[in-house]
Design a protein. Structure first.
Length: 374
């Protein structure tokens, strides 16, 4: 009997940071310094074709063409908001898609990227969470969003840095895809790639305590906490992960994360929901909760999506809440809603998720029994 020869898939080089590429080249019998050369071609010059990588030997280029590839997520749609915000729908495998958003401002350009297909945390006010969860993104799919955006915006990072900041605040909980997220962050910070400052890369988490402590050991990028409530009873409802890691434990982990660095602060994200978490009492509770934590508070007006039970707080309520926080001594900003006309605002990213959690089906069945229309 003849045993068929297995066809091996090509290695997607976007899955490696410099250390990983060095190890891969060494296994191939090549010099480790080839990793830095290759990364410059990919990330700084936007070259995918090995033939064009002129400082690599012809034999190496032929070997790369046989064994490797540079494969990006496929751009399905690009939408541009009236305010200049750009949203890309990117297709992955098996019909899943994710969304990536670029937000231009006068002094910066921020790219919001996803880390998972959907999200498993079920935060009740987030559109992504309502889509269910499929899987973690590969490194190539995380950093691939940055590559796609840089090329779509027609910029070469070393010459014209249109994207000055990257936030992992898109679809998914980054710390539940720890290894792939950290590797992608390494590429963002790598001098031979995008060379971003660690202060310009921000990871947003709902509070996975052990992973926050683990992150401190391997990276020191900026950290943002999705808090959204000043007490456990309310946060249990809004952010179910709080039942496992309550506020006291999460804030303690945040303190540990910035310990030893006097100028560092945690960004506290707080989505304001009308009649839910936006009262003066909530504001005063928040001041008491955060007074000993070096932090800055980012107030975020809720961005509605189809089927949500929440509504946006009135401008007067937002201003009243903010004034109490500021008088309490906390550095506070109110985030300007961007990209709302293309569903690119905070909490609106949905993508296209094949839900392995059956969350969408359960919700539909519940709505049928209650008579609620979504």
């Amino acid at each position: 009997m003849t045993i068929p020869v297995q066809q091996h898939e090509k290695v997607n080089l976007l899955n490696f940071d410099r250390q990983g590429l060095q190890a891969w080249f060494t296994e191939m019998g090549e010099k480790p310094f080839r990793a830095a050369q290759l990364m410059k071609w990919i990330y700084q010059f936007g070259v995918d074709d090995f033939v064009e990588m002129s400082n690599l030997s012809k034999s190496l280029r032929e070997k790369l063409a046989q064994q490797a590839e540079i494969r990006l997520p496929e751009v399905v749609t690009e939408q541009v908001s009236d305010d200049g915000t750009v949203k890309w729908l990117l297709r992955l495998d098996s019909g899943n898609s994710i969304e990536t958003v670029f937000i231009p401002e006068n002094d910066r350009g921020t790219l919001c990227i996803s880390s998972q297909v959907g999200c498993a945390l079920e935060c009740s006010f987030c559109s992504t969470a309502q889509q269910g969860f499929n899987r973690n993104l590969e490194v190539a799919e995380i950093i691939g969003q940055v590559v796609v955006a840089n090329r779509a915006l027609k910029c070469i990072p070393r010459n014209e840095r249109v994207i000055s900041n990257i936030v992992l605040m898109g679809m998914g909980e980054p710390l539940l895809n720890f290894d792939n997220v950290v590797t992608a962050i390494n590429i963002m910070l790598e001098d031979n790639a995008y060379g971003l400052s660690k202060r310009r890369v921000t990871l947003s988490t709902s509070g996975v305590v052990p992973a926050i402590d683990r992150l401190k050991q391997v990276s020191d990028v900026s950290l943002a906490l999705s808090l959204h409530a000043p007490n456990d009873a309310l946060r249990n409802e809004l952010v179910p992960l709080n039942q496992k890691y309550p506020i006291k434990e999460v804030l303690a982990a945040c303190r540990r994360y910035i310990s030893g660095e006097t100028k560092r602060k945690i960004t506290i994200e707080y989505v304001l929901l009308d009649g839910v978490n936006d009262s003066p009492q909530h504001a005063r509770e928040l001041v008491r909760l955060l007074k000993s934590l070096p932090c800055k508070v980012n107030l975020i007006p809720f961005n509605p999506f189809p089927g949500t039970k929440y509504t946006t707080s009135a401008e007067a309520a937002i201003e009243r809440f903010r004034n109490i926080i500021v008088k309490g001594g906390l550095v506070t900003t109110t985030r300007k809603t961007r990209g709302e006309d293309i569903d690119a605002a905070c909490g609106q990213l949905a993508g296209k998720v094949q839900d392995k959690t059956r969350r969408t089906l359960r919700r539909q069945q519940k709505n049928m029994t209650t008579g609620r229309t979504v």
